[in-house]
Ligand binder design. Sequence first.
Ligand code: NAD
Length: 388
Amino acid sequence: MKNFNYHQSTEIVFGTGRVAEAGEIVSKYGKRCLMVTTPDAPLLPLYERVKKILLDAGVAVAHFNGVIPNPTTETSAEGSRMAIEHKADVILGVGGGSSMDAAKAIAVEASHEGSAWDYLFYKEPAPDSSKVLPVVAISTTSGTGSQVTQVSVITNTAERDKSALYNPLIFPKVAIVDPELMLTLPASVTAPTGFDVFCHAFESMINPGTGAYVELLAKEAINLVVENLPKVLINGSDLDAREKMAWADTLAGLCIASAGVTLPHGMGMAVGGMYPHVAHGESLAILYPACTRFTASYAVEQYAFMARSLNPSLESVSDQEAADSAYDGISKFLKSIGLFKGLKDVNMPEDEIEALARQSMVLPDYQGNPRVATEADMIELVKEAYYQ
Ligand code: NAD
């Protein structure tokens, strides 16, 4: 058996109705909380509810509601100013990956010199363990898994660069995963966020950091998404399917926290940095068919698993034959959830194909892919994803 490490420090509080425990949980970490959210109307009743839960537990709350999807260095700076003004001793992210990641970035920026961008994963000095503010996460998408990861993805608009803080200090202390909070998600957010779960689970299986524990969680997450994402797209009020998606999201988050992602995510981050209007999951959906065609014969067992989870009739064929059909399987699945499209369809300028290919090689994710792309390969991958 392959050696592996598995590390997880976030306490997971999972289940319908459990947001009610937020006051008791947050008050263990501080009495002055900055709540970090987007300003979206469907979530306003939830924000008011959480504020009341916190106030009832004796926690003084300031509300920073300026997070934008694909949060930026400006988002983090503005939230950090508010955290400092409020003398916050705990940061609560309520929302999707954007809000939870912004909360983590603020937990660093509000307690350190400089900006969150100065503490990206490859920069020195790293955040100081005695300073980083504790983070509690309440997830409302299924999703990014950010509620259980040590990652905060952030975009530097001026540099058109999307990168990440990556440090065990920013694992949320507690993740509250209450599937009822996902009932308000429109299908336009449910589909790309749900596909992101699939991608986290799958890429963690083909990453060199994978191991028996990650594989166990990843396979379960993939099967749950394939079964339940179509259900929640047909009926967004299906609580049972929402619960399964929230569980899949949490499992897949545990997978990336331990093993990491590969080529499609590295390319997806480049798309997000250069074209911030493209949702994270949407960028992955656009890139997956090309990346599958490129990689399938280099990780036959894993692509065979993917193909069979999408098409159980492949159980009786060889792994090679199943892996060969992974491209068709993923394309068909993406069509069924309305996400089969090309980069041209999200208004990427055609003359930036080479620039996007180069940007896709800035983060090291592509190097963890079973087949490592050269710059020429990367240009071909971007072209395929552009014209598809
Ligand atoms: P998001 O947080 O950007 O949310 C998308 C939209 O849906 C927002 O407008 C949000 O307000 C709205 N929304 C969220 N929950 C809702 C609900 N219950 N009802 C109605 N509307 C709701 O989307 P996301 O995909 O969860 O997060 C994307 C961000 O997370 C990207 O920046 C991505 O790069 C990052 N990410 C982080 C990690 C990590 O480990 N930290 C992993 C993957 C992706």
